[in-house]
Design a protein around this ligand. Structure first.
Ligand SMILES: *Cc1c(COP(=O)(O)O)cnc(C)c1O
Length: 444
């Protein structure tokens, strides 16, 4: 292993194929249903929203899918990302465990999200699409898609939840720097947005409203499609480059991981990280533990039933079989905006239901405490989402200390926190609050 504990593949060694877990799942993934018929959705309904190549990837039974050269070219701007040994953290925790993190904050937008944004922009461009729409909350996904669209000369239209648009201008400026058009949602651009504004001109917006606006925009124009940043199978597929690199890096270092940890909102960064290791576990070659970490304020995997539900508030998406808190659930305003989603990727949900993934939930104050300790030992200031994974790493490392075990713990460092310093400020000034999950009361 190199002196500075960083393992970096050379750019020649970038994985050339994504890994598709679908053929390796312990049981077949339940298909998305058409809400009007309750039958599996037909591809033509999806073609109004997504390009054919991505729909094919969504249902593919091929284990390996080629990464086109044009996408690899863009990936080399920041990939491969380093796998780093966190020795100072190990010393601080006084643990016999070895701790590693895969640093996905290296990308220009600062998270794992461009791994799929670049791919989605490419496949849309190839099928003649001129313009992509999407929604964004705090702006992480919007900025990734703006970056991806810019790379392939597509227009990018982002519906940004109004409260974030007003309170968090810097991600908007980042999107505009990459040439995207950003409007606060609800907007007057769509029929749905106008209806919402008519009823409530002061409406501050929600992710559900923004999704509905972005989909309406895409289906009402011939040159436009819609893009989603998490949850769907093809998004998780594109993210597997993270885990494939990690696997190779561990092989180069002669190290075998025992515990793989990641934070989960819609499930894409963690899935990209751990899915390439799933066959090792299923074939009984290695008893790796997979730990998915979520907020106690939005405990999709730990408290949500495994059921068919809509992906959005306005009930426009197909029904997906997933762990869900209900599509009307509005999580409290915790600072990890990327983890405030009512559902979970169907693939992650299935593996959790099969007992292959262990879910775990934490409160935000203990999570920020870990983030600050990480910054003061390893130096990096992480995104509030990533901090959830770090809290679980601390607990696992302390368990190893108690049990005297020299396990290898690795986690996905999904993004940096440079646009989240207001959240750190709130933590330092004692203004953060913990929220317990309260199931929504059934309406009569
Ligand atoms: C969006 C985001 C997440 C959560 O999304 P997933 O699809 O669950 O990965 C986690 N971390 C960061 C830094 C994000 O930007």
């Amino acid at each position: 292993m190199s002196e500075d504990n960083k393992i970096i593949l050379s750019s020649r060694e970038l994985p050339r194929k994504w890994y598709n877990v679908l053929p390796d799942l312990p049981k077949p993934a339940p298909p998305p249903l058409d809400p009007s018929t309750q039958q599996p959705i037909t591809p033509d309904k999806l073609l109004a929203i997504f390009p054919e190549s991505l729909i094919m990837q969504e249902v593919s039974s091929e284990r390996w899918i080629d990464i086109p050269e044009e996408i690899l070219n863009i990936y080399t701007i920041w990939r491969p990302t380093p796998l780093v040994r966190a020795r100072r953290l190990e010393q601080y925790l006084d643990t016999p465990a070895k701790i590693f993190y895969k640093n996905e904050s290296y990308s220009p937008p600062g998270s794992h999200k461009p791994n799929t944004a670049v791919a989605q922009a490419y496949f849309n461009k190839k099928e003649g699409v001129k313009r992509l729409t999407t929604e964004t909350g705090a702006g992480q996904w919007g900025s990734a898609l703006a970056f991806g669209c810019n790379a392939f000369g597509l227009e990018c239209m982002v519906y940004m939840v109004k409260i974030s648009y007003e309170q968090k201008p810097y991600r908007r400026v980042l999107m505009e720097t990459w040439g995207a058009n950003v409007v606060p949602s609800p907007s007057t651009k769509t029929k749905f947005g106008r209806e919402v504004l008519e009823k409530d001109p002061e409406c501050l917006g929600s992710l559900g409203i923004a999704i509905s606006e972005a989909i309406e925009d895409a289906v009402t124009r011939d040159d436009t499609k819609y893009s989603l940043g998490s949850v769907l199978n093809h998004v998780l597929l594109h993210q597997t480059i993270v885990g494939l690199e990690t696997k190779k890096q561990f092989e180069m270092a002669g190290v075998e991981p025992d515990v793989l940890i990641g934070c989960v909102g819609g499930g894409s960064n963690y899935a990209g990280f751990f899915l390439p290791f799933v066959p090792l576990k299923l074939e009984g070659k290695r008893d790796i533990r997979f730990i998915a970490v979520e907020p106690k304020a939005c405990p999709t995997l730990t408290k949500g039933p495994y059921t068919y539900d809509f992906g959005d508030t306005a009930e426009t998406t197909p029904l997906l079989k997933m762990h869900s808190l209900g599509h009307n659930f509005i999580p409290p305003g915790i600072h990890a905006g990327g983890l405030r989603y009512h559902g979970m990727a169907p693939i992650v949900s299935l593996l959790c239901d099969e007992g292959i993934v262990e879910p775990r939930a934490y409160h935000q104050i203990e999570v920020f405490e870990s983030a600050v300790t990480f910054a003061r030992t390893e130096g990096l200031v992480c995104a509030p989402e990533t901090a959830h994974a770090i809290k679980a790493v601390f607990d696992e490392a302390l368990r190893c200390k108690k049990e005297g075990k020299e396990e290898v713990i690795a986690f996905n460092y999904s993004g940096h926190g440079f646009f989240d310093l207001a959240a750190y400020d709130a933590y330092f000034s004692g203004k953060l609050q913990d929220y317990d999950y309260e199931p929504r009361k059934k309406q009569g």
